[in-house]
Design a protein around this ligand. Structure first.
Ligand code: HEM
Length: 206
């Protein structure tokens, strides 16, 4: 599968699996969300929560909120309607540099469910959205960033464990980090987490 294409349903080819069926177009869910305007409002609300969430916001440093809303909008719209109008990256590639635990993934899904319900979507329908995201669970959850083929570290951001040879302030809690302390350093954004904000030590990032 090419990195930029989503897995498509093969039900018409008579070899559908439970996984493929979960990405079949879902006009009922599309309508329950309120179509284009409903989905946009849900996502604006969702990413407003994400951008002020202490666990999720650090991933979005330097990423415009309206850009992520647009991408996520065309991603979900394309799945729900079956129209091929998502031209972004496959989630595996988009999240290649992000270390995302199962708990963090679920936390994001809880916020999304809250936004859906706040916009009048029923719990049952909100769970159907979660089931779509679950298809990408394995592609997104990982303990270490992975390098994309043919790309050097300069283009891929990744988190690295680093021992400080100068004193700095943590970019997140602003606590003092002194010479010899271990930090997590993001090679794309340059952001630095102290070991309290993101556990790290000689054996790497926890
Ligand atoms: C804790 C979980 C997640 C985090 C922290 C996260 C974070 C991010 C960030 C920071 C970006 C912007 C990347 C960039 O352009 O620099 C992004 C993009 C994106 N995310 Fe997530 N994400 C998570 C889960 C998901 C899930 C579950 C889905 C859907 C299955 C998803 C779908 C997307 C899509 C479609 C894009 C745009 C891809 C592109 O074209 O570049 N994300 N995500």
């Amino acid at each position: 599968m090419s990195e930029s294409r989503l897995p498509v349903s093969r039900s018409e080819e008579h070899n559908s699996t439970p996984r493929a069926r979960r990405l079949d177009p879902d006009p009922e869910l599309w309508e329950a969300i309120g179509g284009r305007s409903g989905l946009r409002s849900v996502l604006q609300d969702f990413y407003t929560q994400v951008y002020s969430d202490s666990q999720l916001a650090p991933f979005f440093e330097g990423v415009r909120q309206d850009y992520v809303v647009d991408k996520q909008f065309s991603f979900l719209r394309s799945i729900l309607t079956g129209e091929r109008n998502y031209f972004g990256n496959h989630p595996r590639k988009a999240h290649s540099w992000m270390v995302i635990s199962p708990e963090l993934f679920d936390h994001r899904e809880d916020l999304l469910e809250t936004s859906l319900i706040r916009h009048g979507v029923t719990k049952v329908m909100a769970l159907r959205v979660r089931r779509i995201d679950d298809v990408f669970r394995k592609a997104i959850i990982k303990k270490e960033p992975f390098r994309l083929k043919g790309r050097g570290p300069a283009m891929d951001g990744e988190l690295q464990a680093m021992r400080m040879d100068v004193g700095i302030l943590c970019d997140f809690c602003e606590a003092e980090v002194t010479v010899g302390d271990w930090v997590s350093y993001h090679t794309r954004t340059g952001k630095t987490w102290c070991s309290d904000c993101r556990p790290v030590g000689p054996r790497g990032i926890a």
